[in-house]
Design a protein around this ligand. Structure first.
Ligand SMILES: [Zn+2]
Ligand SMILES: [Zn+2]
Length: 387
């Protein structure tokens, strides 16, 4: 018998209790992952703050099934494996065994709904399950979130082998980096003349928390020209500058008019080619649309939780021929390339600074609260050897 597993359980919004669960015996095709690190995501903060409805307005709208173990940004080693007759492999076909280091794909799709059959991204799936979100800790084997010391990955989960030389504080960013697929999408449109995100384009990122900073890095890697970061936190803006931004605009020191002028000054008066919303605040959307040049692309990836509505000016969208792209999550095909990009670019980017604070499992609630402050970048729950 292995030791019981310690897990922080969100029994309701605003309340986390430490509980223990039996060490699970994995079924065929399942694995148990000993968590090295788990990132705290905006989604976890929303759950804690009581924004418990996800995908509202879609046919898979759901309310979080408390109690839940939060956390879906997991890197760790395989501690137990449910034997599979053909052997278990990761997403890229690499064999997996006990001791393999992996990143866990955050989501499970059904494979048989319209969107799955037609190859849409996971967040279209009508029967979607997400670690740390939709799987209740009330149901055995309980350990469906990365805040726990061990995570149960159900059969059909996507696993990604981590390059040996990539430390957990970088591998833990894989899922966030994978959500930058909105920029890849905008890039794909550039196959058509004068569309999409083109080489040398000016990119504005509204909100440079972890998701925004990953967009800054990705925009740089994909050939952006000027990159403008907007935030209210000097700490976050500082890191954005180190990770690829050229200009930082602090909303505490500038007005909306100042920011609009700054973006126009950089672009001969035209406005930005691409604006990415990563603030998760509805009120920033009209400002972002104002900043775009005619025909510019607005990528909406920050308002994952339903934070309410805001008046928009449809005439502006029409008159400026704006393109608005909603991105509800990461592409599963973006995990492997994200890991590879981290391995390649860690020489050029100070990626080791990205994880700003590490907390042990029994301080998960303090970690969540701290992650909501302006002085944090990526806050993680870490096992004792990585504190
Ligand atoms: Zn996340
Ligand atoms: Zn499906």
């Amino acid at each position: 018998m292995r030791e019981p597993v310690t897990a922080p359980v969100m029994v309701q919004p605003g309340k986390i209790e430490l509980q223990t669960f039996p060490f699970p015996d994995p079924e065929t095709g399942a694995v148990v992952i000993k968590r090295e690190m788990c990132g705290i995501c905006g989604t976890d903060k929303h759950s804690y703050s009581g924004q418990a409805v996800q995908y509202s307005g879609t046919d898979h709208e759901r309310t979080l099934p408390f109690p839940i173990i939060p956390g879906h940004e997991v890197v760790g080693t395989i501690a137990a494996i449910g034997k599979h007759p053909d052997g278990l492999t990761d997403f890229n076909g690499h064999p997996l065994e006990e001791g393999s280091r992996v990143v866990l794909g955050a989501n499970l799709v059904c494979g048989h709904c319209y969107y799955c059959r037609y190859g849409f991204d996971y967040y279209y799936c009508a029967n979607l399950q997400d670690y740390g979100n939709s799987l209740s800790a009330a149901n055995p084997p309980h350990l469906f979130g990365g805040f726990a010391d061990y995570v149960y990955a159900l059969p059909g989960s996507y696993l990604f082998k981590v390059p040996d030389d990539l430390p957990p504080e970088i591998a833990v960013l894989t899922e966030v980096m994978a959500v930058t697929s909105g920029l890849d999408k905008a890039k794909q449109f550039s196959a058509v003349d004068n569309e999409g995100f083109r080489f040398g384009d000016t990119v504005v990122v509204q909100g440079v928390g972890p998701l925004g900073v990953c967009h800054v890095m990705k925009a740089r890697m994909l050939g952006a020209g000027n990159i403008v970061a907007i935030d209210r936190s000097a700490v976050r803006l500082g890191l954005a500058l180190e990770l690829g931004a050229d200009v930082a605009l602090n909303i505490r020191q500038t007005s909306a008019k100042d920011r609009l002028e700054a973006v126009r000054d950089l672009t001969n008066g035209r406005g930005a080619d691409v604006v990415v919303e990563c603030a998760g605040i509805p009120e920033v959307v009209p400002e972002g649309l104002d900043m775009l040049r005619a025909g510019g692309y607005y990528i909406e990836s920050g308002n994952f939780a339903d934070m309410g509505s805001v008046p928009l000016h449809p005439h502006l969208i029409c008159a400026k021929n704006l393109r608005i792209i909603g991105i509800g999550g990461e592409a599963i095909t973006a995990y492997g390339p994200a890991l590879e990009a981290f391995r390649r670019y860690r020489r050029h980017y100070p990626l080791h600074k990205f994880v700003s604070h590490r907390y042990p499992v029994h301080e998960a609630e303090a970690a969540l609260r701290f992650s909501m402050t302006d002085d944090s970048m990526k806050v993680v729950i870490a096992s004792p050897e990585y504190l």
